[in-house]
Every structure is written in structure tokens, then in C-alpha cells.
Design a protein around this ligand. Sequence first.
Ligand code: PRP
Ligand code: URA
Length: 209
Amino acid sequence: MQGVTVVDHPLVQHKLTIMRSKDTSTASFRRLLREISLLLCYEVTRNLELTSKVIQTPMQEMEAPTLEGKKLVFASVLRAGNGLLDGMLDLVPAARVAHVGLYRDHDTLEAVEYFFKAPSDLENRLVIVVDPMLATANSAVAAVEKLKSRGATNLRFVCLLAAPEGVERFTKAHPDVPVFTASIDERLNEQGYIVPGLGDAGDRMYGTK
Ligand code: PRP
Ligand code: URA
């Protein structure tokens, strides 16, 4: 699928299987999501541009690679996005963070915004949007629209699970935003849940069911 990368690394797939199981505890679910986020972060940042700078090793001077450009931004779609954010910040501790508060209305499945806070100079930065679930894509489409309206032009979207319907809608709405996911599942059910999926990611992360 154009613009979509499925991260099929064996460790990602193994951990995802444990997360899917309904018998996995809240604590394990959160830990596994954090572990997977490290591997997804590795993939989504794989082609970041490098420049070089002169440093002094204990042995001699050398010209060594270093990341080019301004610090990147992780944009977490609340609440469940924070489960991916934490691991990503472990790998890129200097990153800036945006929070996009959205919840999915249970009846209409429309995304309802309740919070937004982001660095002011989004136009100069790579913005990596993180949310474990891409179901109808209403939330992801709205989050990216909001970030674009605040100046972001260079974005990527990372999720754990996607429904084919959500991938299609998102890539049509934002064809300039590459998608990274660990799996594209079978379909959405009548309630807009991904099947086989893993259930409600936020509830499983925080034990709120
Ligand atoms: C979940 C998930 C996504 C959204 C995906 O969040 O984390 O944000 O649903 O569904 P969609 O693609 O159909 O929009 P939810 O609204 O349940 O909020 P939460 O993270 O606070 O639990
Ligand atoms: N949100 C979730 O947390 N899970 C789904 O399957 C769909 C939307």
C-alpha cells in the first residue's frame, strides 16, 4: 500500500501477540507498548538526515555524524498515544512534545477535541504523530488537520494497529503523511472497533474499563 510501512520485525510481532491476548494484564500491556514503541521509533526515524561535526575522541580528531535540523516533535493523541510517546522519548530525549486531546464519540465515532498544546514553530520541524489505533481514522485525520492548521508541513503517523478502512481514509485525507504500523488487521466491526484487534487501547493501558 502506497505510503504505508508495516513493521514486521519479529520482536514487534511477538510482543503484539501478547498485547492482543485478553488475558494480558494492564501492567504488561503498558510495558509491551513501551517496548514496541522503541522499535517503531527506530523505523520511523530510519531516514532522518545527518550532517557532521568535528569532535575530539580520546585518540584523535574526527568528523562524526550528527542529526541535522531542528529537534523533532512527537505529537501524542491522548490518551493512548502516551503509551507510544514514552518509549519514543527514551530514544529521542531531546524531542519536543505536542499533545492532541481527542476522544471518539461512542455513537457517531466522530473525533471530539478537548485539548491542544504544541511547540509554536511546528513549520520547521518533523512532526511524528503517535496513536496506537487507526480504526475509522477520524481521530488521526483530525489530529493531523489540527497540526497542519498550526503550521506543521512535514509529518509522519505511527500506530500499532490499523484497520484497512482507516488506512484508506487516512491516506486519502493526508497523502503527504507516511503511515507506520505493526499490523493491518482484517476489518472494523459494527461498533468501529478493529478486529481481531486488541480491544480499547486506552482502557487496556490504564485499566479504566
Ligand atoms: C482510541 C485510539 C484512537 C481512536 C481510534 O482513542 O487511541 O485515538 O480511538 O479510533 P478512530 O480511528 O476510529 O478515530 P479513544 O477515542 O478511545 O480515546 P482514549 O485514547 O482516551 O481511550
Ligand atoms: N479505538 C481503540 O482503542 N480500539 C479500537 O479497536 C478502535 C478504536
